[in-house]
Ligand binder design. Structure first.
Ligand code: FES
Length: 161
């Protein structure tokens, strides 16, 4: 009979080996979680890249003479939960964006004098012609609404970005 205590025979793992096993288990767990996160992100990117403007409805937003140059019309697209704005930048230049700031979703407003879309929450600003971020914390450009003009009507037909 050995002189080891009974608990040692029930749990025959040495103290040092126990630490080694725990580290190995932790590394396995970490690898599993990292792999699952990478797969999840890949799936998200794939889903995002698959959606094309053709997946969106066609909706009349305004007529070409409805708003003056430098004017804005608010509308909702593609659903009633998606506020958006249409801006007439020049005689024949219309742009439309989702109205939610890409930082923390505050509504942006058109500042005609600077031709910017400004977010009052954290002083963010976007270029009205492109939607690109000009200043502040927004991490991405504003999602752009694809427009088509048909027989004097301005139609929203998709969203990019
Ligand atoms: S929510 Fe627009 S800058 Fe923060």
């Amino acid at each position: 009979m050995s002189d080891l205590p009974k608990w040692r025979t029930d749990f025959p793992i040495l103290w040092g080996a126990d630490n080694y096993i725990s580290r190995r288990e932790f590394a396995k767990y970490l690898a599993l979680v990292s792999g699952a996160t990478a797969l999840g992100n890949g799936w998200f990117v794939l889903q995002k890249s698959r959606s094309s403007p053709s997946d969106y409805p066609s909706q009349e937003v305004a007529t070409v003479d409805e708003i003056p140059i430098g004017g804005v019309k608010l509308f909702r697209y593609p659903s009633q939960n998606d506020p958006a704005l249409l801006i007439r930048l020049a005689e024949d230049q219309y742009v439309a964006y989702k109205q939610r700031c890409t930082h923390l979703t505050c509504p942006v407003h058109f500042a005609k004098e600077s031709s910017r879309l400004v977010c009052p929450c954290h002083n963010g600003a976007f270029d009205a012609a492109t939607g690109e971020v000009l200043q502040g914390p927004p991490p991405r450009p504003l999602p752009k609404i694809v427009l088509r003009i048909e027989e004097g009507r301005i139609l929203a037909v998709g969203v990019t970005g």
